[in-house]
Design a protein around this ligand. Structure first.
Ligand code: ADP
Ligand code: MG
Length: 386
């Protein structure tokens, strides 16, 4: 895989730069610009060579339709502030108008295309869309690590139409850090998994078991493991289809499931209880006190720590303790010499809430992408670049 530093860029050359500006919006403004800022080294490096820079990203899940609330316009405004230069915005993604618009740009100009997922072809990895996008540029650069696990047109079909293609600095940085965990991690190496998307994450646990010495399970996914152990889970999150798999995983002896949970009748309830069996009318919304202690012990004896998925519904003050304690403990272990890597939209929000983001060794901009890279050692978007 080539880096942007390995390719020669001429003044006025049209570069299609796929970025991951899938950022949270609030009242029509960018609420968290981390992902934008992480692409700035690549943007600044390229802009020094005075190309015409065409930026492309997705935002949310508009399902192939125009959803005005998911427009990238606020991103163009924020990017413009960060770069200190005008960022043009194109409401259209492909076609004559866009091509004409690009022809009217001058070397060093930047144009951000509208949310690529407004086009139904994006998530279908549609070749027609890819061909149309190809018509916009001479060179393809991918710096969208967070989207590289998707076989989508702008990351998968499209690069194959370009002879001249390369990876941006962020993509390289992500791969370098993930490889540090994946290949020859300092041991003991542990993974801490939580969050809500067990369907997405389940398949990955097996792959992770080959790398990690132990996997700690908390968050919404822990209850499927509880069910597999015959523990009652009340109305907690549950993925029925995964119970059998959870049984097999437990048998490996390398999975440590949170043993207790902070439970309540609802998220609004003020009297939450620490339980290891949950009655019908309650749900577990965070890991419990014993689990926090146990997890801390594992964290403090680990040399490599990979974290994906909050330990509970940390967005709610009553149920944030588990995630806060885990975040702070990983930060402390890092200060004492462990290598820590975290990924996942909500996981990173939890780490920020705990105020320890700067203390982690590396924060990945990709959730699903970092998990899949850990499992497979490559991603469709990376393959398409080589
Ligand atoms: P990430 O974005 O870090 O990859 P996910 O998207 O998988 O993580 O899940 C994050 C969400 O999981 C959080 O919004 C959190 O509220 C939720 N969650 C964590 N634990 C529980 C639980 N016990 N019950 C319900 N939701 C939970
Ligand atoms: Mg999430």
């Amino acid at each position: 895989m080539k880096s942007v530093k390995d390719i020669e860029i001429k003044e006025g050359e049209k570069i299609f730069l796929r970025v991951d500006y899938n950022v949270p919006l609030k009242e029509g403004k960018v609420a968290d610009d981390t992902r934008i800022k992480r692409t700035i080294p690549t943007l600044e490096y390229l802009l020094e060579k005075k190309p015409i820079l065409i930026l492309c990203s997705h935002l949310g899940r508009p399902k192939g339709k125009v959803v005005p609330e998911l427009s990238l316009k606020p991103v163009a405004e924020r990017l413009s502030e960060i770069l200190g230069k005008q960022v043009n915005f194109s409401g259209e993604i492909i076609g004559e108008n866009v091509i004409n618009r690009i022809s009217s740009l001058k070397p060093g100009d930047v144009l951000l295309l509208e949310n690529i997922r407004f086009h139904p072809g994006e998530t279908k990895d549609d070749e027609e869309l890819a061909k149309n996008l190809k018509n916009l540029a001479d060179t393809y650069v991918n710096d969208a690590f967070g989207a590289c696990h998707r076989k989508h047109a702008s990351v998968h079909s499209l690069p194959r139409f370009f002879d001249k293609k390369a990876a941006g600095f962020l993509l390289f940085e992500e791969i370098k850090n993930l490889k540090k965990v994946r290949e020859n991690p300092e041991r003991p190496a542990i993974a801490i998994l939580g969050g809500a998307k067990i369907e997405d994450k389940a398949g990955i646990i097996e792959g992770l078991l080959e790398i990690m010495d132990k996997i700690l399970v908390g968050g919404g996914m822990m209850f499927t493991f509880w069910k597999a152990m015959g523990k009652s889970t009340g109305k907690s999150l549950l993925t029925e289809d995964f119970i059998q798999k959870a049984k097999e995983l437990i048998e490996t002896g390398k999975i440590i499931v949170a043993e207790d949970a902070l439970c309540a009748e609802s998220l609004e309830s003020k009297d939450a209880k620490n339980l290891s069996k949950i009655p019908e009318n309650m749900a577990g919304y965070d890991i419990g006190e014993n689990s926090i202690e146990r997890f801390k012990k594992e964290i403090f004896s680990a040399k490599t720590i990979f974290w994906n998925g909050p330990m509970g519904v940390f967005e709610n003050n009553n149920f944030k303790k588990g995630s806060m304690e885990i975040a702070k403990s990983i930060a402390e272990a890092t200060e004492k010499g462990a290598f820590s890597l975290a990924g996942g939209g909500e996981t990173v929000s939890a780490i920020k809430l705990a105020g320890v983001k700067e203390k982690f060794s590396y924060i990945s901009t990709g959730g699903g992408a970092s998990l899949e890279f850990m499992e497979k050692g490559t991603l469709p978007g990376i393959e398409a670049l080589t």
